[in-house]
Design a protein around this ligand. Structure first.
Ligand code: UDX
Ligand code: ADP
Length: 477
């Protein structure tokens, strides 16, 4: 069978870019991306796309209205499609069984029910959102229990590995495309149909097929391994700070071993993003349900080290500022969870800012891509805040980094935006209160030249020799 019409349910960070690239690479396939949110669809149809990704605007502009459509007419798009991608959100459950760990599958279930309600001919249904192992089985059960006469479904798992900020290049040159499905004649036909879509631009050897559960678990495993790598180097950064070693040098040395490799070894204030924490927690929950408590505890530790790293960094700020930040003005540079994205989900900046707000600091936040409403919605979320009025009182959002740093005691870098490296730090320094502190949570700045200007500099995984300010009395931990 050959796919001619694709529907993508969910116009978010996964569905929007991945289906835009499919439309771009497959001019003979009509792609409709649908969402419940009229506002999101209107943005996809405007010049101001709802997400920022380098290169995405050009791709969307070149195919929108030709073979790429964004709409809220979900029923019609489902009916017309041969193949449906489910790209809805799967947040960590905030209530009930599995609270704080299991993925909430309510959006997946509602998408499956929509498909069953309106489909009059057979379809391939593809789970692209990251889902717990065996979610395909749940989708299959819902579809098969509600199918119309003669309508059959094949369920495939096709996890998305794109990273935000590099989504377009990741989609155009993927390391691999993973497709899992039933190992039956019908299942293999469906796998082939989806492989043929990707094959227009992905070499055959990079399209990996397997059974559904392996595919679902591979996605969780890939994210767990990546998150574990960051927690490993961050754990090492604490040892470096205590011993005088430099974590960048350690990362360089171990990265030279081709078995370890040099990627993803950058110590930081902690990983963020919508996937790592959610997927590791999901894996922990799966292991607990499978009665594998030792395996669950092993992966849980990846999260614990990430929490420890964020808290450790915030504590260092407080200790350096003479053990109190109450009423002190502190500028935070960067609120996105990494550079080149406006996404703030699970960003380390949320936690660092919240800890400082708890201590009564007056925070000024500057991020080149994140707006005020987004920052306030993160900082007042019940998971991190029990007093939204206090956030309103203590937090100011600035649209200029120099203005943000004026009259502050400290600048704290939480995101590795390129522009932060090129600022005029002499100018920043002159307008700050003295001693002026700079906390580099991303290890991106030239620390020696900052110290030469007069800054007291603190960073991750390295003790900096200094002579301009006394070391704080309390130990940093
Ligand atoms: C991740 C996976 O990389 C991707 O394959 C999957 O599909 C979704 O989850 P993403 O969360 O978008 O992608 O970004 P990623 O580049 O993996 O970074 C995640 C977090 O780790 C960011 O906060 C980043 O700053 C941090 N990080 C990354 C480090 O602290 N150090 C590193 O060396 C690399
Ligand atoms: P992700 O990062 O996984 O792409 P997002 O939150 O960015 O997650 O996007 C998921 C999108 O899915 C949201 O825009 C949401 O409105 C949409 N969505 C959730 N459930 C449904 C549904 N049943 N039908 C259509 N769209 C849905």
């Amino acid at each position: 069978m050959s796919v001619r019409n694709i529907c993508c349910i969910g116009a978010g960070y996964v569905g929007g870019p991945s289906c835009s690239v499919i439309a771009y690479k497959c001019p003979d396939i009509t792609v409709s991306v649908v969402d419940l949110s009229q506002q999101r669809i209107d943005q996809w149809n405007s010049d101001n796309l709802p997400i920022f990704e380098p290169g995405l605007d050009e791709i969307v502009k070149s195919v929108r209205g030709k073979n790429l459509f964004f709409s809220t007419d979900i029923d019609k798009s489902i009916q017309e499609a041969d193949l449906i991608f489910i790209c809805v959100n799967t947040p960590t459950k905030s209530y009930g069984l599995g609270k704080g760990r299991a993925a909430d599958l309510k959006y997946i279930e509602s998408a499956a029910r929509m498909i069953a309600n309106v489909s009059c001919v057979s379809k391939i249904v593809v789970e692209k959102s990251t889902v717990p192992v065996k979610a395909a089985e749940s989708i299959s059960n819902i579809l098969r229990a509600n199918h119309k006469p003669g309508v059959k479904y094949q369920i495939l798992s096709n996890p998305e590995f794109l990273a935000e900020g590099t989504a377009v290049t990741d989609l155009i040159n993927p390391d691999r495309v993973l497709i899992g499905g039933e190992q039956t004649p019908e299942g293999l036909v469906a796998i082939k149909a989806l492989s043929d879509v990707y094959h227009r631009w992905v070499p055959e050897e990079n399209i990996v097929t397997m059974n559904t559960w392996s595919s679902e678990l591979s996605k969780l495993a890939a994210n767990a391994f990546l998150a574990q790598r960051i927690s490993s180097i961050n754990a090492m950064s604490a040892v470096c700070e205590a011993t005088g070693a430099d974590v960048s040098e350690v990362a360089h040395a171990i990265g030279k071993d081709s078995r370890i490799g040099n990627k993803f070894l950058k110590a930081s204030v902690g990983f963020g993003g919508s996937c790592f924490q959610k997927d590791v927690l999901n894996l922990v929950y799966l292991c607990e349900c499978l009665n594998l408590p030792e395996v669950a505890a092993y992966w849980q530790q990846v999260i614990n080290i990430n929490d420890f790293q964020r808290r450790r960094f915030a504590n260092r700020i407080i200790e350096c500022l003479f053990n109190t930040v109450t009423n002190k003005k502190i500028a935070i540079f960067g609120f996105a969870f990494k550079k080149d994205t406006g996404d703030t989900r699970e960003s380390a900046a949320i936690y660092v800012a919240s800890y400082l707000i708890e201590e009564g600091a007056q925070i000024r936040i500057y991020d080149p891509k994140v707006d005020r409403a987004q920052i306030f919605s993160e900082l007042t979320h019940p998971a991190v805040c029990n007093n939204p009025d206090r956030v309103e009182e203590l937090v100011t959002i600035c649209d200029d980094p120099y203005r943000a740093a004026e009259e502050t005691h400290a600048v704290v870098v939480c995101t590795e935006w390129d522009e932060f490296v090129t600022y005029d730090y002499k100018r920043l320094y002159e307008n700050m209160l003295k001693p002026a502190f700079l906390f580099d949570g991303r290890v991106i700045l030239n620390h020696q030249s900052l110290m030469d200007i007069g800054f007291h500099v603190e960073t991750i995984g390295k003790r900096l020799a200094r002579n301009n300010v006394n070391r704080p009395i309390a130990a940093t931990n």
